[in-house]
Write a protein of this length. Structure first.
Length: 247
C-alpha cells in the first residue's frame, strides 16, 4: 500500500476510537456520573496540554517565533466566543440548548485530531514501520481523551446519539490532517508547534474556565469528585512516560 493509503487507514482507525462513547448508550447518565466525568475530563485536558502538547511543541519548533502567542490567542478567542454564545442564549431559560463547553470541546478536539492526522501521515512518509508505531501511540493516547470528551458532551446537554455522532465527526478530522500533510508536505509540519500550542491553549481554557468552575459549583466540598481529576492527570502522565513519542 502507498504511504497515503496507509495514512488514511491508520487515521480512520484512530478516528473510530471516538466511538468509545457507545458504552454510555447502554447506561443511565446521572448528575453524579456527569460530575465524575467532568472532573476526569479536566484532568485529562490539563495534563494533555502541559505534559504532552507543550513539550511536543517545544521539540518540534522550527523557527524563532514565540509560538506561545498561539496559546494566548486561542484562550482569548475562546473567551470572546463564550461571551458571544452566552449572550446569544441569555434570553432562553429553558436550558434546552447545549452549553458553550460542549462546542469548545468539539472545536479543541477537532484541531487536536487534525494535528494527530498530520503527524501520523508525516511518519508514514518516513517509513511504514514508524507510521504504525506512531498510530499505536496516538491510539493509546486518544482512548482516555475521547471518553472524557464524550462525558463533557453529555453534560453539555447533547443527547447521547448527538454526542456520539459529533465526537466521531470530530475524530474524522485526523483523516483531513493526513490529506493536508500530503497536499502541503512540509508547510503544516513547519508550523506544527503553533498548532500544538493553540490546541493546548484551547484545552486549558475549557478545563479552567468551564469544567472546574462547574465542578466546584455543583459538588461543593465532596472530595470524591477530586479523585477522577487526579486519575485523569495520572493516566496521561503514565501514557506520556511509557510512550514518550505519543505524537
Amino acid at each position: 500500500m502507498s504511504p497515503l493509503a496507509l495514512s488514511l487507514l491508520a487515521t480512520f482507525l484512530v478516528s473510530a476510537i471516538s466511538l468509545v462513547g457507545v458504552v454510555f448508550l447502554l447506561t443511565e447518565w446521572s448528575e453524579r456520573r456527569a460530575m465524575l466525568f467532568i472532573s476526569f475530563a479536566a484532568g485529562v485536558l490539563l495534563a494533555t496540554a502541559f505534559l504532552d502538547m507543550f513539550p511536543e511543541a517545544v521539540e518540534r519548533r522550527q523557527d524563532n517565533g514565540n509560538f506561545f502567542i498561539a496559546s494566548l490567542a486561542a484562550i482569548s478567542g475562546f473567551f470572546l466566543l463564550e461571551r458571544f454564545l452566552s449572550g446569544f442564549h441569555s434570553h432562553d431559560d429553558s436550558h434546552s440548548h447545549a452549553s458553550p463547553s460542549g462546542y469548545f470541546v468539539l472545536l479543541g478536539s477537532t484541531v487536536h485530531n487534525f494535528i494527530d492526522g498530520v503527524v501520523i501521515a508525516a511518519n508514514f512518509l518516513v517509513s511504514a514501520a514508524l507510521g504504525f508505531t506512531t498510530t499505536l501511540a496516538v491510539a493509546a493516547h486518544e482512548i482516555p481523551h475521547e471518553a472524557a470528551d464524550f462525558g463533557v458532551l453529555l453534560n453539555a446537554r447533547f443527547s447521547r446519539r448527538q454526542a456520539l455522532l459529533l465526537n466521531f465527526l470530530s475524530g474524522l478530522a485526523a483523516m483531513l490532517g493526513a490529506l493536508w500533510c500530503f497536499w502541503f508536505e512540509g508547510l503544516v509540519e513547519h508550523r506544527l508547534s503553533w498548532f500544538l500550542a493553540a490546541t493546548a491553549g484551547m484545552f486549558i481554557y475549557i478545563a479552567a474556565s468551564d469544567l472546574l468552575p462547574e465542578l466546584h459549583s455543583r459538588t461543593r466540598s465532596e472530595w470524591i469528585y477530586a479523585l477522577p481529576f487526579f486519575i485523569g492527570v495520572g493516566l496521561i502522565a503514565a501514557i506520556t512516560a511509557l510512550i514518550p513519542d505519543c505524537h
